[in-house]
Design a protein around this ligand. Structure first.
Ligand code: NOJ
Length: 563
């Protein structure tokens, strides 16, 4: 399989909140079609669609009731084909979300399966007379009693998301059929949802008492047959020039390597979570201030481990995490921290993913009560954890952690409904939309949006930034994230200050006395031409040491050195 994905970057669309093209308050494929030029202009090379299939939306698309169609809220298969063709014309690849750990309980397979043990779909799901002690990740116990069948079914996520029985060869054939359906239509690959959970341990033994929600995880993460099943799916992809990225909740480098390398290689990349825990374990349990040391440690661990062996998936946001400026940056230094965060990950070794709205610095929303939230996990968490605290404090935890913050309508302009729709959007628009929006940022040469465009252009223009080795400098520095990318006689030094105060930056020994060119900066020079940011500024590195050795809050720079 070719590795075209290594030089790419992706834009993730969570369609319901992206752009409403038919004026019903819900994002759709008509809106996506209109915005394809915008996506292209950002400088990415592909789109990942979070699920756009029919779904009762208990988990907003991750509960699928038909794998081979489009949700009527979002359009039709014909409209999807138009989007796909247009994307391809623009040189954008398109990958779909493959959610096969579970379906919706409204999927015809489940409707049949619950009818009885002699139904042809009986073994499509995991049924037991007696539940074990596992808890679900989203809604209480992992087992739900079904009256009509007279048994319990397993759901690792919400009650309306019954787990498929992947040990049943018929289910695996169904998955392959679904893959072929979309690949035959011309899609370029899949993002595979919680793919390391699909094989469960025989006998489904009781879980260990640990954090309650994950007590069963040792028995369903990287289960006994996972690599056999993954190999079957890989084979389908090998018939096409297709690419696969898996989502690996709680995955470790060691287990990820089995998916990414060697005989068991079944994925091109895996989304790992270590670097998303730099402020907490899971935000709903314990929330701590962001720690740059944790963030750097996690990133470096994956960079070093995969170098020359696997390939990293780089991301800071998606539809499951609160907005990164609100988590790891600062709203007081919105532009600076938004661009600094961009710089901290876009030049690592791997393929970057940018989530809708991240490129304009969208931030968390604080809704006035839990009743305003719609995400199943936020609602459960509010009613499950920290019950002794007063409601305000618990609501504050939801403000910090809810996935709904990533799911507010995209902020296109300063007009009503943030230009997302002509009528009332299905969900609340962040009140900051008059300041934080695409139109305003297009016009501002120093905006977060224009910074992303520039940074992506720079990444793409350099073999060193794409393929060079990674080395971190001063890993113990609590304020500065400094890393180097190196290929042949060329190096790039990326320096990001995460401090809210000015800090002095030391230079690594190997760069002392050498001359570097500043190729990107998030603090535009005062006298430079508008519209031509700091790529234009040539600064001497030794000047930086003396004068500009102080980095301003969240200042970030990229220097290029040539021997
Ligand atoms: C991971 C998805 O990203 C998330 O949105 C979803 O809720 C769970 N998997 C369950 O499908």
């Amino acid at each position: 399989m070719s590795d075209w994905y290594k030089e790419m970057s992706f834009y993730q669309i969570w369609i319901r909140s992206f752009a409403d093209g038919n004026d019903d308050g819900i994002g759709d494929l008509y809106g996506v079609y209109d915005k394809l030029p915008y996506i292209k202009k950002l400088g990415v090379d592909g789109i990942w669609f979070s699920p756009i299939y029919p779904s009762p939306n208990a988990d907003f698309g991750y509960d699928i009731s038909d794998y081979r169609d489009i949700h009527p809220d979002y359009g039709t298969l014909d409209q999807f084909k138009k989007v796909l063709n247009k994307a391809h014309e623009l040189g954008l690849k398109v990958i779909m979300d493959l959610v096969v750990n579970h379906t919706s309980d409204e999927h015809p397979w489940f409707i049949e399966s619950r009818k009885g043990k002699d139904n042809p779909y009986s073994d499509y799901y995991i049924w037991r007379d007696k539940p074990n002690n596992w808890n679900s990740l989203f809604e209480g116990k992992a087992w739900e009693y079904d009256e009509s069948r007279g048994q319990y079914y397993l759901h690792i996520f919400a009650k309306k998301q019954p787990d498929l029985n992947m040990d049943n060869p018929k289910v695996r054939e169904e998955v392959k059929g679904i893959m072929r359906f979309w690949l035959d239509m011309g899609v370029d690959g899949f993002r595979e949802d919680v793919i390391n959970f699909i094989s469960k341990k025989e006998g489904l033994p009781n879980g260990v008492p640990f954090l309650p929600a994950v007590n069963g995880m040792p028995h369903y993460k990287d289960g006994p047959h996972i690599h056999e099943y993954m190999a079957e799916f890989r084979k389908v992809c090998q018939e096409y020039d297709c690419f696969q990225i898996g989502e690996g909740p709680m995955t470790t480098v060691r287990s990820a390597m089995k998916y990414l390398t060697g005989q068991t290689k079944s994925l091109d990349m895996m989304f790992s979570f270590d670097h998303m825990m730099a402020d907490c374990l899971y935000t709903e349990y314990v929330h701590r201030p962001f720690s740059l040391l944790k963030f750097k440690k996690a990133l470096s661990k994956w960079q070093y481990a995969l170098d020359g062996k696997g390939w990293n998936a780089l991301y800071l946001e998606n539809h499951d995490h609160p907005r990164v400026i609100s988590r790891y940056g600062s709203r007081h230094f919105w532009r600076e921290s938004g661009t600094c965060l961009a710089m901290s990950y876009l030049f690592l070794q791997g393929t970057p993913f940018i989530y809708q709205g991240q490129e304009i610095g969208m931030m968390n929303i604080s809704l006035p009560s839990i009743n305003h939230y719609v995400d199943v996990s936020s609602i459960t968490n509010y009613h499950t954890y920290h019950l002794k605290e007063d409601p305000e404090r618990r609501l504050h935890r939801i403000h910090l952690s809810s996935r709904d913050s990533a799911r507010t309508p995209m902020q296109w302009d300063a007009s009503a409904n943030s230009g997302f729709s002509k009528c009332k959007p299905w969900f609340y628009v962040n009140p900051n939309y008059k300041r934080v929006n695409v139109e305003a940022e297009k016009k501002d040469p120093d905006s977060i949006l224009n910074f992303y465009r520039k940074a992506l252009r720079l990444r793409k223009s350099s073999k060193t930034l794409l393929h060079g080795t990674y080395h971190e400098h001063f890993p113990k520095d609590p304020n500065i994230f400094m890393y180097e990318r190196c290929l042949d006689d060329e190096s790039y030094l990326i320096i990001c200050s995460f401090s809210r105060l000015p800090v002095r930056v030391r230079l690594p020994e190997k760069f002392k006395g050498k001359t570097g060119t500043l190729v990107l900066s998030n603090y535009p020079g005062k006298n430079k031409d508008q519209g031509r940011l700091s790529e234009q500024i040539e600064e001497r590195l030794n000047e930086m040491e003396h004068k500009a050795g102080m980095f301003r809050p969240y200042e970030a720079r990229v220097y290029r050195f040539k021997d």
